[in-house]
Design a protein around this ligand. Structure first.
Ligand code: ZN
Length: 444
């Protein structure tokens, strides 16, 4: 049996059904939270880590990310969604090699873990998915994600891949990677209806059912994208997906900035969760999703940072703060309190990926995805209310320790495997290589 580890003397923000917060201890044994209490007696073999003056919170869950885009951070600023995709992101994704993908994923995973993220739902690119998944495995991240599908030639730019090849590779990846270990889960990732044929979207519904998988897709992010789908199919974006049988509790709709009343009702009825990405929606000028309305109607809403080039950080604390603040001008100061924002990054995230019984709160028997956050910075040190402190004052750079599945991946702010300076150096040289490569073939 693994030796127990006790996090001692922190402010424990449990997010359990009573939302208890108290000064106390949390014990991890193996990959589970064993005990939580005001003062736990350590056994003779227990390792004790003093976390006084820190919050102890459930690991944060990001339900929409793109590990492969991390290298492009800072190379695609101040543009609208379709321009951003067509002239920067797609050519750069196409130019990726196994090596550049690996570096991009390492940088993104190190960043997210160091900023308190313990689970992600990710979308890779069309090629080299194995390189992404191998890197994820090295990182110890709790992961859902998979190969990006883009089989509609006229709307996929350089990333086009025919339907048969895409599906064949997808099924091989599912067989290799789904449940490869405790942390790896495959998810079907049609990029968005704009780039996908009806055949591949229907095939995703079939594969979802066959292998019991999540579907992860962008929808209703920008008005321009909705107009393309409407012209092609006669339906609004999410209504179109509903007609194909895609709306259910295992399909995660990303963005949903511009949903009609009927689409909101359909998603609630089908228990279809939404991944909200406020920074990305602002930076690409897509709009502000009325999350207050969605929550009021009973939708499950979690959050994600999206890819690094449309954010440009992958800090879940930033997304919590923005999620809360953005609803207030329209719906009032009480519309989305700090506690609700933290619930979206923990419990609602767990519900989005169907694992609310295992992660999302600190309770005995749950998996040990645990984060500690320093409260000694002048910007937070005088805040008593933990929810206020965590959502309005802290940032991911206050994170001290991160445990995923009981394993320490960040200790005193340092990543267990990767050095940010080395990653930075490698990333800067590799993005230069990719830019050079696409400069020959595009206008960038
Ligand atoms: Zn995205």
């Amino acid at each position: 049996m693994a030796h127990p580890l006790i996090l001692k003397g922190g402010t424990i923000v449990t997010m359990d059904s009573k939302r208890r917060c108290f000064k106390g201890d949390l014990e991890i044994i193996g990959n589970k939270i064993h005990r939580i209490g005001k003062s736990l007696k350590p056994g003779s073999k227990a390792r004790v880590v003093n976390v006084s003056n820190q919050f102890v919170i459930p690991g944060l869950i990001q339900t929409h990310t793109h590990l492969v885009q991390c290298l492009f951070r800072g190379w695609a600023d101040d543009m609208s969604l379709l321009d951003w995709l067509k002239t920067r992101i797609w050519p750069l994704e196409q130019a990726h090699t196994q090596k550049t993908i690996q570096t991009s994923a390492r940088l993104a995973l190190a960043e997210m873990q160091m900023l308190g993220t313990t689970s992600i739902l990710d979308m890779a690119t069309v090629k080299n998915t194995d390189a992404v998944l191998e890197t994820v495995k090295e990182s110890g991240m709790r992961y859902w994600g998979g190969k990006c599908l883009m089989d509609l030639k006229s709307f996929s730019g350089p990333l086009y891949e025919d339907t048969e090849t895409s599906l064949k590779e997808t099924e091989a990846l599912i067989k290799h990677w789904h449940n490869d270990n405790d942390l790896m889960n495959y998810a079907l990732c049609p990029r968005f209806a704009v780039s996908c044929t009806e055949n591949i979207l229907k095939a995703c519904v079939y594969l979802q059912d066959k292998y019991d998988l999540l579907i992860h897709t962008h929808a209703s992010e920008s008005l321009e994208e909705i107009a393309i789908i409407k012209k092609r199919t006669g339906f609004d974006n999410v209504s179109y997906l509903k007609n194909l049988g895609m709306l259910n509790s295992k399909t995660v709709i990303v963005h949903g900035v511009h949903l009609t009343g009927n689409e909101i009702m359909d998603m609630v009825k089908a228990k279809t969760p939404l991944a909200h990405c406020p920074s990305s929606n602002l930076k690409l000028a897509s709009g502000i999703a009325p999350i207050f309305d969605y929550l009021k109607q009973g939708m499950t809403v979690s959050m994600g940072s999206d890819g690094a080039p449309c954010n440009n950080t992958m800090d879940p604390f930033m997304e919590m703060r923005l999620t809360a603040l953005l609803q207030k001008p329209k719906f009032g100061p009480e519309a989305l309190p700090a506690l609700t924002a933290l619930e979206m990054a923990t419990l609602q995230g767990a519900k989005t990926i169907g694992r609310e019984d295992e992660i999302g709160s600190l309770e005995s028997g749950k998996l040990a995805d645990v984060v500690t956050v320093r409260r000694d910075h002048p910007s937070v040190t005088n805040v008593e209310d933990p929810y206020s402190a965590l959502v309005y004052s802290c940032s991911g750079r206050d994170v001290a320790h991160v445990f995923i599945n009981g394993k320490c991946v960040v200790k005193n702010g340092r990543h267990f495997r990767w050095n940010p300076q080395e990653l930075g150096q490698e990333s800067r040289s590799q993005i230069q290589f990719l830019i050079k490569k696409i400069s020959c073939s595009t206008t960038l």
